[in-house]
Design a protein around this ligand. Structure first.
Ligand SMILES: *Cc1c(COP(=O)(O)O)cnc(C)c1O
Length: 391
């Protein structure tokens, strides 16, 4: 397909385009500065190591961490697995209970499920109709056996932000480690691992205009020092927590993406929220029977999740070839199941099936938002006329 004909991209929760400034920073690492960051005996290695050090500083700065607390990984899926499994196994003698919530990403729920099969107790907290957990229920779920609470910073489908600071304070008070999957939140909202009492935090580069296949796990080194059982063993890279030759191009890209986000996040959030509000306003002005899924407040600035009464989401997507949106998480839709997130909010199957997720990102324009609203209104109207609901 010719580039000019490509659909308007409003699926920035699935992935984002690489920022040209990120690409520019990465390019020399493929050809000239191609060294192995673990090569200690020549300039190629030192140069690569220096690039990795800079990236580590950039990632640490984004979340208020120290450089030694950043472990580079292949993405947030690996970071989540390492955090959950790594903590659970390293602390198995102390207790075998972990707490998470029903709206988490599969990269959190599935490792928890595996631990459950291996004998751990797993509490999966419910959420209310807005997508929020009940802090009282979280507190009551903690037992002397609990070693980890894993609750995401921002939801990938409905954008809901968990109250990290309150959760972190509670975890700290009870001597339980707190992990947060911040794949959607990092670079979008302010995160501070110390103020928020976070012990482990997962980041993915490709959700913040960096490359795919690279991410990081923040692992607290002081008060308390977090112990982790590695998933991958080998050369002892990353302080023995994650062996494997470092993906220098990816790491440089992640670092640059983090630096740009840190610089531009505040302003970008306002722009994205304004575009999001405009999209909602326009759609509502042209259509009845439109519901917002999840609390409209307390969500990622670029997120909107809507259901369109009487319309099937998949049919709606097919009816809008000029618009790239999705019915839910790309990872979940690979399994072709209705969204576990929307169902956890208590939303009925029919409304779940009529829902679309809009993810607005750095490179979307006002013109695109207006065009997108027109396409949605036109397609929903047409589909409703084709199959009028029985009164
Ligand atoms: C995208 C995403 C992941 C997975 O990240 P990868 O880097 O693609 O492995 C995990 N959690 C959330 C919330 C996500 O949005």
């Amino acid at each position: 397909m010719c580039p000019v004909d490509r659909p308007i991209y409003l699926d920035n929760h699935a992935t984002t385009p690489v920022d040209p400034r990120v690409l520019e920073a990465m390019l020399p690492t493929f050809t000239v500065m191609f060294g192995n960051a673990a090569s200690r005996q020549h300039a190629h290695g030192w140069e690569a190591e220096e690039l990795v050090t800079i990236a580590r500083e950039q990632v640490a700065a984004l979340i208020g961490a120290e450089t030694e607390e950043i472990v580079f990984t292949s993405g947030a899926t690996e970071s989540n697995n390492l955090a959950i499994r790594g903590v659970a196994i390293a602390h198995a003698l102390r207790g075998r209970h972990i707490i998470t919530a029903a709206t988490e990403h599969p990269a959190v729920l599935d490792p928890c499920e595996r631990l459950k099969r291996e004998g751990w107790d797993v509490t999966v907290l419910p959420v209310d109709g807005e997508g929020m957990i009940d802090l009282g229920a979280l507190e009551r779920a903690i037992t002397p056996e609990t070693t980890l609470i894993s609750l995401m910073a921002a939801n990938s489908e409905i954008g809901i932000l968990h109250p990290l600071r309150e959760i972190g304070a509670l975890a700290r008070e009870r001597g339980v480690l707190f992990h947060t999957d911040a794949a959607q939140a990092a670079g979008k909202i302010a995160l501070d691992v110390n103020a928020d009492h976070i012990d482990l935090l997962s980041i993915s580069a490709h959700k913040m205009c960096g490359p795919k296949g690279v991410g990081a796990l923040y692992v607290r080194r002081r008060n308390p020092r977090v112990r982790l059982e590695p998933l991958l063993e080998g050369g002892g890279h990353e302080n023995g927590v994650r062996s494997g030759t470092l993906n220098v191009p990816g790491i440089v890209g992640l670092g640059k993406a983090a630096a740009i986000a840190r610089e531009e996040m505040r302003e970008e959030a306002q722009t994205l929220a304004a575009l999001r509000d405009r999209l909602l306003e326009r759609i509502r002005a042209g259509l009845s029977g439109v519901e917002v899924n999840g609390a409209l407040e307390r969500r990622l600035p670029g997120n909107l999740n809507l259901s369109f009464e009487g319309v099937d989401g998949d049919s709606l997507i097919t009816a809008m070839p000029g618009l790239a949106v999705s019915t839910g998480s790309a990872c979940v839709s690979a399994k072709q199941e209705p969204s576990h997130v929307l169902r956890a909010l208590g939303i009925g199957d029919e409304r779940v099936r009529s829902s679309l997720r809009f993810g607005i990102g750095r490179f979307n324009t006002l013109e695109e938002i207006d065009l997108a609203a027109e396409m949605v209104i036109e397609a929903v109207t047409r589909l409703r006329e084709m199959s009028p609901r029985l009164e």
